[in-house]
Design a protein around this ligand. Structure first.
Ligand SMILES: Nc1ncnc2c1ncn2[C@@H]1O[C@H](COP(=O)(O)OP(=O)(O)O)[C@@H](O)[C@H]1O
Ligand SMILES: N[C@@H](CCOP(=O)(O)O)C(=O)O
Length: 322
């Protein structure tokens, strides 16, 4: 469930007075998502999504996130378009939270992605990387190695409660990143959270990308690594080579990876697995039982991390296989 802040009809009517969206007809909280409060909003002008930005979103980053959606949509990427207020701004306030209205995208996210879905996501991710290349605003990745260290400092004292031995294991991961985290690979705007619940399909056709609230400037190959983690493992946490191959060939059909990016994938995938382990572990240890938000299992990403740590070579991801 993700409605952290409820809103009244009166508050919504006042908020909508700032827009040219006609009369309010109905609104309804959306159960899915985990970071922000989202509502379906029906007005006489159509259907929209109203988002109230919550704990992990810094209001100072909203011009980047919303401006990026505008930029990408204008470049033909199927993503929500923020709706301008009467005064031309994109951000308002409701119930004491910063808030925006974005256009509604048709489609559903797939619970059981096939190799065809993975290929389509690879193509879309590379398209996003190319389309973001001339976006003027910049945002550092708050959840790269330094951000992971801060999260780890908070989770570490209780991490062995989740799994005995985890403290020593994750301390060791940081040593590996200190020795070799790349900073000289092609970089630009990345999505940074392109999980299945953020990609809509109509049948096998990818119909849109959502949730740009972790987007930032970082290595393109790090985004590739995150998608390998998010799309190409099965429910039993085994890597699916066919899906890996499909995702990577989809990506490379639009933007071929450089050899240095290919060789960096095992470390980047390990880092990405650590990033999601840490946010999930932090939530696991800090969100009270019975809270509205659904906790996600850190173990899935601990298992991925171990897989990447022991990978023999990038052909095991499906690279270089026909
Ligand atoms: N533009 C959109 N069009 C249609 N549905 C959307 C749109 N944006 C969000 N949603 C719905 O809201 C849910 C939560 O959105 P998301 O951006 O992932 O939230 P959060 O940032 O809280 O994780 C999505 O799973 C989807 O059902
Ligand atoms: N993708 C992350 C959680 C972020 O949730 P989202 O609803 O914003 O995609 C994870 O799986 O840990």
């Amino acid at each position: 469930m993700a409605v952290y802040t409820d809103i009244s009809e009166v508050e919504l009517a006042q908020f909508l007075a700032g827009y040219d969206l006609g009369e309010m007809m109905s609104y309804k909280g959306i159960a899915e998502g985990s970071e922000n409060s989202n509502f379906y909003l029906h007005t006489s002008a159509g259907t929209y999504i109203l988002t109230l930005y919550e704990r992990r979103v810094d209001a100072g980053d909203l011009p980047f996130f919303l401006g990026l959606m505008q930029h990408l949509a204008n470049k033909g990427i199927s993503c929500p378009l923020p709706v301008e207020r009467r005064d031309g701004s994109l951000i308002g306030e409701i119930a004491g939270r910063p808030a925006a209205i974005i256009t509604f995208l048709e489609g559903v996210w797939v619970r059981r992605p096939t190799a065809a879905h993975c290929r389509a996501v690879g193509e879309a991710l590379a398209g996003l990387h190319l389309a973001g290349s001339d976006f003027a605003l910049k945002r550092d990745n708050a959840l790269s190695v330094d951000g992971w260290r801060r999260l780890w400092a908070q989770a570490r004292p209780r991490a062995d409660e989740f799994e005995p031995g985890l403290v020593a294991e994750i301390d060791g991961e940081f040593d590996a990143f200190a020795a070799g985290w790349p900073d000289d690979l092609p970089a630009g705007v990345i999505h940074a959270d392109l999980f299945p619940d953020n990609v809509f399909f109509l049948g096998d056709r990818l119909s849109g990308l959502i949730d740009f609230y972790f987007a930032c400037n970082d290595l393109f190959a790090y985004d590739v690594a995150t998608c390998l983690n998010a799309w190409c493992f099965e429910k039993d946490n085994a890597f699916n080579l066919t899906k890996g191959q499909a995702f990577l060939s989809g990506y490379e059909s639009v933007r071929p990876l450089q050899e240095a990016e290919r060789q960096a994938l095992p470390l980047l995938a390990r880092g990405s697995a650590l990033r999601f382990t840490l946010t999930r572990l932090y939530d696991w240890l800090t969100i009270p039982d019975g809270a509205l938000v659904q906790k996600r299992d850190p173990n899935e990403f601990i298992r991925r991390l171990r897989f990447h740590r022991h990978i023999g070579g990038v052909s095991e991801y499906g690279l270089g296989r026909s």
